[in-house]
Design a protein around this ligand. Structure first.
Ligand SMILES: Cc1ncc(C[n+]2csc(CCOP(=O)(O)OP(=O)(O)O)c2C)c(N)n1
Ligand code: SF4
Length: 311
């Protein structure tokens, strides 16, 4: 198979595999990332979706996808993916499906499923070496049910279940789980972080992963206008600032070896925090300098582990 190179926007296919006018919110960053990913994956795809916002995309008998779709409970999307992969392999073995008709199996979940409710079945699928893609749109909360805190919710942000109060003026007191490292501990062949604001980086990573058999993780930064509370037209801007400040490192690990694919500009995290009202309690009525400094220090400490910025 010929490898495609993504140096600028013009290299991204103009073909669409997801029709416009879906029921998701305007400006949904996760949907933009999925749309870009689908362009590289092509049309021979079956999506296995665990309950979340994206479940609303495909509600029988309507679907915006050219690809196939199966819905599962939050806990068991990778188990569903195993069943589909097995069925496809049997059909190929029996000569009932040509190799070129084979489907790529893509699990599609939010961060609540990926980090919390679905982690057990995911870990088991990685352990079995299942040949699948895992696409986690990380909007940093359980959004579909009203933006509750998940274990991917960042320290210092507010959700409806980690609202700032007397005992927790910073809002969320916990640190975000590191899903990239959780996966890496099981040594899958490919894991990456992506962002819809960095489309060529995203496309190159899917292209690279398409050559690799086994479990492949993509965690996409997913700006969420209603949950993060900013205007729907700003999602790409918010995504860019997350990368530029170093809060969202763009990286990949092939066979466990980590490389960063974009070097941040190391803008102050404040510039990113100020774009979203989920952080407004850090600035008004009194600026919580200590909390902002802690967020900055966490970012600085992360990058200190990569003295050459991962290059
Ligand atoms: C075991 C279980 N608990 C709770 C729910 C209710 N529920 C449906 S969608 C959802 C939120 C999922 O969060 P996430 O995976 O982050 O996806 P998002 O909603 O952000 O798209 C929840 C809690 C469920 N379907 N199953
Ligand atoms: S709530 Fe957020 S993640 Fe869910 S569809 Fe809307 S923008 Fe996307």
């Amino acid at each position: 198979m010929e490898t495609r190179h993504y140096k600028n926007y013009k290299d991204i296919s103009t073909e669409e595999h997801i029709a416009p006018g879906t029921p998701l919110c305007a400006g949904c960053g996760g949907l933009l990332a999925l749309r870009l990913a689908h362009k590289v994956l092509g049309r021979n795809v079956v999506i296995v979706n665990a309950a979340g916002c994206f479940t609303l995309l495909s509600v029988y008998p309507y679907s915006p996808f050219e690809s196939s779709w199966m819905y599962t409970a939050m806990a068991c999307a990778p188990a569903g993916a195993q069943g589909i992969r097995d069925a496809l392999d049997i059909l190929i073995k029996k000569g009932k499906l040509r190799d070129d008709e084979d489907l790529k199996v893509v699990v599609l979940t939010g961060d609540g499923t990926a980090n919390d409710i679905g982690l057990q079945s995911t870990s088991a699928a990685i352990h079995r070496g299942l040949d699948f893609y895992y696409f986690c749109y990380d909007n940093e909360a359980f959004s579909n049910t009203g933006f509750q805190m998940s274990s991917a919710t960042p320290f210092g942000s507010k959700t409806n279940t980690s609202f700032p109060g007397k005992s927790n003026p910073e809002g969320t007191i916990q640190r975000k789980k590191d899903l990239f490292e959780i996966w890496r501990s099981q040594k899958p062949p490919y894991i990456a972080t992506i962002s819809p604001s960095h489309s060529t980086d995203l496309s190159s990573k899917f292209e690279k992963a398409s050559m690799i058999k086994g479990p492949k993780l993509f965690i996409t930064f997913s700006p969420c206008p209603p949950g993060w509370s900013y205007g729907a037209s700003k999602s790409v801007e918010v995504g860019k600032l997350a990368v530029q400040t170093g809060i969202w490192p763009l990286k990949e690990a092939v066979d466990g070896v980590v490389e960063h694919t974009v070097v941040p500009e190391f803008k102050p995290v404040e510039e990113y925090l100020k774009t979203q009202n989920r952080y407004d309690h850090l600035f008004e009525p009194v600026k919580q300098v200590g909390v902002i400094n802690t967020i900055q220090k966490d970012v600085d400490d992360y990058w200190k582990c990569y003295p050459n910025n991962g290059k």
